[in-house]
Design a protein around this ligand. Structure first.
Ligand code: F6P
Length: 319
């Protein structure tokens, strides 16, 4: 293998730049030519491809977002789109591709591999919802952003003796909500993986109130429902002074944490190693602090389940 490419796809995640840097530098270290595909699979279809050098990835390790830009591309979900993408890669003489993104991006990588083109998936998403890896690039940073926001909201919640319902991202997974809720001592954490009832949430609020709690924080994962709706029901049931906060895309931005930079560097480098050994159709991940790789098809057969022990612990610690 002489030439490989790298792209970022789907929602951006802090640490993607560190992963791009690792891919580029590791590839050059091993004497490969490396091409950046700008704008995800959409950019691939348009032939938005440029050769990268060591300097192309200088001064980016600490930056959020992705210098390669990203997109969600409907056309690449079709066989026609995938063949067009493959033709583009061949046009540039590219023989292997590193795809940094979430499970939608991995599907594209799997499709290309099935067409005979070796791809390796690097998990980059704030949602932490990729099976086969303990953590995805961006999760730790998003979590810290969420915690910073909740800490600030807590100040005003305490001062006004209010109940805050805070909605966080995560798509259909509750990892961000669960970890943030535990880290911030939320009274209730509502996630799609665990059934809940408003009655139960209200009961916990009232118990807290009875023992003198003057404010409360409830974290809702976007996949578990709308903070607005849940807030209305809580207000109706308790008449507590209630406010809603939907954190939104602030969770996706910002300088990556040290954990995300290190994780991204390790995963990006490992992806290049796999391509050097002509191993396509793989996803890389971290399990028990060891870098691993596995068949990319496994990602779609399993779920990254939440840690039930964390959930139980959060309930015990917030009584
Ligand atoms: O996958 C990352 C994520 O931020 C999810 O948490 C969220 O549901 C989604 O992307 C939002 O996507 P968009 O930026 O396209 O609105």
């Amino acid at each position: 293998m002489k030439k490989i490419g790298v792209l970022t796809s789907g929602g951006d995640a802090p640490g993607m730049n560190a992963a791009i840097r690792a891919v580029v530098r590791k590839a050059i270290y091993h004497g490969l030519e490396i091409y950046g595909v700008y704008g995800g699979y959409a950019g691939l279809l348009n032939g938005d491809i440029e050769k990268l050098d060591l300097g192309s990835v200088g001064d980016i390790i600490h930056k959020g977002g992705t210098v390669l830009y990203t997109a969600r591309c409907e056309e690449f979900k079709t066989r026609e789109g995938q063949e067009k993408g493959l033709a583009r890669l061949k046009e540039y003489g590219i023989e292997g591709l590193v795809v940094i993104g979430g499970d939608g991006s991995f599907r594209g990588a799997e499709a290309l591999t099935k067409l005979g083109f070796p791809c390796v998936g690097v998990p980059g998403t704030i949602d932490n919802d990729i099976a086969g890896t303990d953590f995805t690039i961006g999760f730790d940073t998003a979590l810290n952003t969420v915690i910073d926001a909740i800490d600030k909201i807590r100040d005003t919640a305490t001062s006004h003796e209010r109940t805050f319902i805070i909605e966080v991202m995560g798509r259909s997974a509750g990892h961000i909500a669960l970890w943030a809720g535990l880290a911030d001592g939320a009274e209730s954490i509502l996630i799609p993986e665990e059934p809940f009832s408003i009655e139960e949430v209200v009961e916990r609020l009232k118990q807290g109130n009875d023992r003198g709690k003057r404010h409360s924080i409830i974290i809702v994962a976007e996949g578990a429902g709308s903070a607005l709706e849940i807030g209305k029901k809580i207000k109706e049931a308790t008449n507590y002074d209630t406010r809603i906060s939907v954190l939104g895309h602030i969770q996706r931005g910002g300088s990556p944490t040290a954990c995300d930079r290190v994780l991204a560097s390790r995963l990006g480098a490992h992806a290049v190693d796999l391509l050097l050994h002509k191993k396509g159709g793989r996803a890389v991940g971290i399990v028990n602090n060891k870098i691993v790789d596995y068949d990319i098809a496994e990602v779609f057969k399993h779920e990254h389940t939440i840690d039930k022990d964390l959930f139980e612990l959060s309930k015990i610690l917030s009584i």
